[in-house]
Design a binder for this molecule. Structure first.
Ligand code: SD4
Length: 328
């Protein structure tokens, strides 16, 4: 390259780099110093996920990696046949297929997701491999299954007797209507910050019970069911996915925190956005968000009463009842 051209290119690139650095210096959120007991921390949707939180804490308390923690955490309900809204034992769609959705995101903003995946007990681990081993973010359906099998996952029947019976009795009336807080241990969304302040998130579900075959909810969609940004914090959702998909709820929560909102307020803003836009639909649908920020502060909020979430911080694993937009 002639020297004049390379001088111009270097100057231009240098100028751009300096400009970019200035831009970021001016626009990054400024957080107070975190409390020294704030980290590690892990937050997850729904009270019964204390066990999942404990599995994540097991990793975090030994100085482990946030991404390993959230994967280990959400694998607990995925393998639990009694949890009828996640993984093995999840209620099937209206044709009797258990189809699973999951996503995961790391501190570098890299993400992996699978959706409409059948026969694999741990979709979260497949999502992680999509992130780590492919150039893509999302694989769906048979493509996701083929990828999982190529990575050594076992093909299994995930429809338990309990779930099959529930489906058979649902078929008698075949009414499709989401029921608010029906199980209180729905979809698990989890965000962890490790002792090096790396943030990761995961979300996994069998989706709405008796949904149409092929239906995908918010849970595997980065920014809808879950989102993390290492400069800011993370958020995850549970409830009627269509409402969260329409508003990219978890992304909104994180962006509110970026603008300085406390996680509690940020979760409230996302719920209120949904409530304002879809007031009528809100009468019959629940949506809840959890959020944690870079300082280790957290919060949760839902449309209806009855949502709760779990936080493991400072050596204590606790259930918090969420406040809600609508009263009882
Ligand atoms: C979905 N958001 O597929 C999920 C279901 C859920 O609590 O979270 N239920 O719409």
């Amino acid at each position: 390259m002639n020297s004049r051209r390379s001088f111009l290119q270097n100057t231009l690139l240098g100028g751009l780099a300096a400009g970019t650095a200035d831009f970021w210096a001016r626009n990054l959120p400024v957080f107070d110093k975190p409390d020294k007991n704030a980290f590690p921390v892990v937050i997850a949707t729904w009270g019964p996920n204390l066990k999942a939180n404990a599995a994540a804490w097991e990793v975090l308390s030994k100085g482990g990696y946030a991404l390993d923690a959230v994967e280990a955490g959400v694998r607990i309900p995925e393998a639990d046949p009694l949890d009828t809204s996640v993984g093995y034992g999840g209620f099937p769609d209206r044709d009797g297929h258990v189809t699973l959705d999951a996503c995961i995101m790391n501190e570098h903003g890299m993400a992996g997701s699978v959706s409409f995946l059948e026969h694999i007990m741990h979709p979260i681990s497949v999502a992680r491999l999509v992130m780590e081993k492919t150039p893509h973010v999302m694989l769906v359906g048979d493509g996701a299954l083929q990828f999982a099998l190529s990575q050594g996952f076992k093909k299994e029947d995930l429809l338990t007797e309990v779930a099959k019976k529930a489906w058979e009795s649902w078929k008698i009336e075949s009414k499709y209507k989401p029921i608010i807080n029906v199980e209180r241990h729905d979809t698990i969304g989890m965000v962890a910050i490790d002792s090096q302040q790396r943030i990761a998130g995961a979300c996994t579900t069998s989706g709405a019970a008796f949904k149409m075959h092929g239906r995908v909810g918010d849970s595997p969609i980065i920014g809808a069911g879950m989102f993390v940004d290492n400069e800011v914090g993370g958020a995850a959702s549970t409830g009627l996915g269509e409402m969260v998909l329409r508003t990219l709820g978890s992304f909104l929560v994180v962006e509110e925190m970026r603008r300085g909102a406390h996680p509690q307020k940020a979760a409230e803003t996302a719920v209120k956005r949904i409530a304002r836009k879809y007031a009528k639909l809100c009468e019959e649908a629940q949506v809840g968000f959890i959020a944690v920020d870079k300082r280790g502060r957290f919060g949760g909020f839902a449309i209806h009463p009855g949502f709760n979430y779990v936080v493991y911080q400072g050596g204590e694993n606790k259930v918090y009842e969420s406040a809600s937009f609508l009263a009882k």
